[in-house]
Design a protein around this ligand. Structure first.
Ligand SMILES: Cc1ncc(COP(=O)(O)O)c(C=O)c1O
Length: 379
């Protein structure tokens, strides 16, 4: 594992927590630099914000390319643990377009580990080749072993048992698998966003504008990101209020889940005191209304920021809705929205998006345009 060639991310490094988090247990001992950090923070001029509200965006979608988004921050710690435990393979689980599974497949390959993915799909499609759309293309190109499971089976058996079944099978075959739970959300993975808070603090200190964020807004899918952000924000000097918009289960479920992660770190805090969770599920997980997709398209067209439709797209949509319904809550606040990535998931929505994206035409080259220069040249 050479660092002299600049492949520093392949070197496991000792981890020192921020001073304000050094009382948490367990403290991770090592991590890998898998993400391109720090991710940029810039102003995000969405229209129709409440009076004097300042909106900023942290671009965790830019934490990498095929290995990108919020999941890579968790994987820095989880992969180091896998290597420390002598694993030769990784098992993880998620939806058919799981960004977490794609990021894990890439990180595993960087570290020369085999990757086994259990992907949840519809009962109708479970016996078919899943195709190469979006995240699947990357997963299959890096050689992940894809095991499909139907939504019905997943709901009956549960993700923990499913990963254990595959783990037992691999152990019998002489392998040493390491299991990463849904979304990389366990207490160790939570360190990814505790560490991200240190990064935000450092960016604020270095910034020229002296911006102090009052609020952090983020999507919530499996719960690890909000646990890390809210714990970090409450322990550090940041003290921004964390607002989570959940895209699948309801707020009570996520408070209980986040509490488990916080207790696992012996944080001694209550999830309900440190994070405010609102429902942004809409039609259901990974399902979009045409208003949401139109919003994602309009945000791209007005600000250049391409949101994913499943997580940050829904969270930003719900945030703006809340701002218009409760403007007093957001007026005069400095808000940091975390874009958690997931752009590859957009490819799964191209048919639905097509009706909003009409800007094309055949180029007009009428008879008066001279033609002799281009004769015979295609390039
Ligand atoms: C792109 C993206 N954003 C946000 C989330 C939510 O993060 P978490 O699972 O930590 O709640 C996920 C995964 O669930 C994701 O893939």
């Amino acid at each position: 594992m050479a660092s002299s060639l600049g492949f520093e991310f392949l070197t496991k490094k000792p981890y020192s927590p921020p001073s304000w988090a050094s009382h948490l247990h367990p403290l991770p001992s090592h991590f890998f630099s898998l993400a391109h950090l720090p991710t940029p923070i810039h102003r995000w001029n969405l229209p129709n914000l409440p009076t004097n509200t300042e909106l900023w965006i942290k671009r965790d979608d830019l934490s990498g390319m095929q290995l990108s988004g919020n999941k890579v921050r968790k994987l820095e710690f989880l992969m180091a643990d896998a290597i420390a435990q002598g694993a030769d393979s990784i098992i993880t689980i998620g939806g058919i377009q799981s960004n977490h599974c794609r990021a894990t497949a890439v990180a595993a390959k960087y570290l020369n580990l085999d990757c086994f993915l259990i992907l949840r799909t519809s009962d109708l499609l479970v016996d078919q080749d899943p195709g190469l759309t979006g995240n699947l293309l990357v997963e299959r190109m890096v050689g992940a072993h894809v095991h499909l499971i139907s939504k019905q089976e997943y709901a009956k058996i549960g993700s923990v048992t499913l990963t254990n079944v595959l783990k037992e099978k691999l152990i019998k075959e002489g392998r040493r698998p390491y299991v990463i739970p849904v979304g990389g959300s366990n207490s160790l993975g939570t360190w990814g966003y505790i560490e991200a808070v240190r990064e935000i603090e450092q960016q604020i200190q270095k910034g020229t504008g002296n911006v102090k964020f009052d609020d952090i807004v983020v999507a919530c899918g499996s719960g690890g990101t909000i646990a890390g952000l809210s714990l970090g924000s409450s322990l550090s000097a940041l003290k921004a209020r964390v607002h989570a918009f959940s895209v699948c289960d309801d707020p009570d479920y996520f408070h209980n889940f986040a509490q488990g992660l916080l207790d696992g770190l012996k944080a001694g805090v209550s999830s309900r005191d440190i994070v405010h969770i609102q429902n942004a599920k809409g039609l259901g997980y990974a399902m979009n209304t045409s208003e949401e997709l139109n919003f994602v398209k309009e945000v791209a067209a007005t600000t250049g920021v391409v949101l994913d439709p499943v997580y940050s797209g829904k969270a930003a949509y719900a945030m703006l809705k809340d701002m218009s319904e409760n403007p007093k809550k957001w007026e005069r606040r400095k808000i940091l929205f975390i874009h958690t990535g997931g752009l590859l998931g957009l490819y799964d929505k191209v048919d639905q998006l097509a009706s909003f994206v009409g800007n094309w035409q055949r180029m007009d080259v009428n008879e008066s345009v001279p033609r002799q220069d281009g004769i015979g040249k295609m390039f």
